[in-house]
Design a protein around this ligand. Structure first.
Ligand code: PMV
Length: 328
């Protein structure tokens, strides 16, 4: 097999990952829990082509940036090493949603890449190894290999670069009767990449130690609430994790929220006071995702979509994991 196409979906972290272990291999410093989303997808084709002198990588039809390219080639190199291949690869990846703006394109992108590259190279890896490979490109991508609700534990303080750390599916898609409304906001410029934002946070925030401790506790509570199918508690913890993540980042001078982000958070609180089951979250960008009970979704969407600054709304249900859709 030399060509494979894989599809993966982004995920939204309910208990956030923010911060890396100070060791090579991209190991997270905190545990995280996410839900994989349908309704948004990345499709990635990898072809190992003997005639290529170098890897040829296009994202959304354009050559990959130097930084993206380096991360993708590192994944391809690992696949070449594991499969004993020398051939260079042609990689074509596209998203059906805005890229690199805090909409988790790196999660679905690296999950689809890891799966397509290993399949094209003829490696019949279990999902666990694919997830570990995806994590090396972007830690949140380890979670997009799986569907439904997914955890990724923190890496050990030290160890070898090749130590395995994979995400794990912890609950099926229907564990909670909820959907995620994604409020895509207009954006003037690209946000600080998460890698840089995390490094600044660890180096500069006076609250980093507190974040490491509190996020581990939030994660534990959330696992219990999810197992008990307690949407209200999962929602509260999601908002708490989000605010703590942005607070620690902001205290290091890293700011992802905009006015519209905060307006949406405030509106979600008002709706909650009026009885709606809705909780807001956001990641390394200004967009807002709202976890909402299925029956409340239409009224929450109607109440929020006219907020100035909202460009469009995507409604996502808990989705499936990454899969190969074509292999030659
Ligand atoms: O995996 P990265 O490097 O794209 O970082 C993701 C960080 C957040 O999206 C903000 C949180 C998370 O757990 O997904």
């Amino acid at each position: 097999m030399t060509i494979a196409v894989a599809v993966a979906h982004p995920n939204v972290a309910l208990a956030k990952y923010w911060g890396k272990r100070p060791r090579p291999g991209n190991f997270p410093a905190v545990p995280s829990l996410s839900v994989t989303l349908d309704g948004l997808s990345t499709r990635t084709r990898v072809a190992f082509e003997p005639d290529l002198d170098d890897d040829a990588i296009a994202i959304g039809g354009a050559p990959a940036s130097t930084e993206d390219r380096a991360r993708i080639v590192a994944i391809l190199d690992r696949v070449r090493r594991a499969s004993g291949r020398r051939t260079r690869a042609r990689v074509e990846s596209s998203n059906d949603f805005p890229t690199a703006s805090g909409l988790a394109s790196s999660a679905s992108g690296h999950a689809a890449l890891a799966l397509a590259a290993t399949s094209a190279a003829g490696l019949d890896w279990p999902e666990e190894r694919v997830s570990d490979l995806a994590r090396r490109g972007s830690a949140s991508a380890a979670r997009s290999v799986f569907g439904g609700f997914v955890e990724l534990l923190a890496g050990a303080d030290d160890g070898a670069e090749d130590d395995l750390l994979a995400a794990r599916a912890v609950a099926p898609r229907d564990q909670l009767d909820a959907v995620v409304l994604v409020f895509v906001v207009t954006e003037e410029k690209k946000a600080t990449p998460s890698r840089e934002g995390m490094a600044l946070t660890a180096a500069k925030s006076p609250y980093y130690r507190a974040w490491l401790d509190s996020s581990a506790r939030t994660f534990e509570s959330m696992c219990g609430a999810l197992a008990a199918r307690d949407l209200g508690r999962v929602g509260e913890l999601t908002e708490a994790s989000t605010l703590a993540m942005h607070a620690v980042a902001m205290s290091a001078g890293v700011m992802y929220v905009r006015g519209v982000t905060l307006d949406l958070f405030a509106r979600v609180r008002e709706l909650r006071s009026a009885g709606a089951a809705a909780w807001a979250t956001s990641d390394a960008g200004p967009h807002v995702k709202v976890l909402v009970g299925t029956s409340d979704a239409p009224r929450v969407r109607a109440a929020l979509e006219a907020t100035p600054g909202v460009a469009r709304v995507i409604e996502a249900r808990p989705g499936a994991g990454a899969r190969v859709v074509e292999a030659v």
